[in-house]
Design a protein around this ligand. Sequence first.
Ligand code: T3D
Length: 257
Amino acid sequence: MPSILYEVRDGVGIITLNRPDKLNAVNREMALLLKEKLNACAADKQVRCIYITGAGKAFCAGQDLTEVDPDNEDTNLILREQYNPLVWKIRTIEKPVVGAVNGLAAGAGANLAFCCDVVIATESAYFTQAFSKIGLIPDTGGTYILPRFVGWQKASGMMMLGDKIGAIEGEKMGMLYKVFPDAVFEEETFKIAKQLANMPTKSLAMIKHALNFSAIYSFKEQLDVEDEFQKIALHSHDYKEGVKAFLEKRAPEFKGE
Ligand code: T3D
């Protein structure tokens, strides 16, 4: 079986991490395939939302520790070749990405989820910054993103202690957008992905970029970003359609253009 499954349904590119017996730990093959599928989603006009989930009981247990070689001088290669390009792609791809966390998410697996635009977890899922337990530091964007979600103190505690944080607590802390009961998780999460796929894709992409900039820019610079992006949005088909549909009291038909 391939370590990544991929299909397109209802405008959603569904990417499933597929090494369930290893809790979907990421080996090199999986990382490269994931990158390939994200590129396929970016290139396919039919795909207007990306949905990343895991097969079996886990979302992802992070780096496959059977593939690391602590004696290798250039161990950073894994970060440079695998995780950094992956999370950069997820943060910059011009389509919304749903992280559908169907079970535990550990190490780089947790931070991969946090890089998604909308992170939804099943009630029984948990998250752990497992890195410190094996003498590493959190990577895959975690030290940037997590303190912005939950505040410095919570992030610092989670990163140093490596505790397991359940999905319900995670939602309260601001780590997640929503949590659904296990029985309806897939159905409800996919509903949100389909909703995103039918929305004005261009404006969603610019919301994403504007949020990316907001972490580094001053308020004044951010006003300029909003001004620039709004100019583009104002000229889109979907804006015209959105206003027209509102005035005609009907549902809009967005094309993502
Ligand atoms: O060089 C670099 O740049 C390194 C980059 C690192 C990025 C990272 O992600 S570092 C963090 C790596 N991940 C971890 O440290 C988590 C390791 N896993 C665990 O601590 C536990 O598995 C969990 C707490 C996540 C779950 O525990 P449990 O009891 O539910 O499951 P288990 O029995 O430990 O695991 C089930 C199987 O999955 C087992 O295989 P087996 O014995 O049945 O054949 C286990 O070895 C395997 N597995 C789980 N995680 C990994 C893994 N195999 C390889 N790599 C893993 N990360």
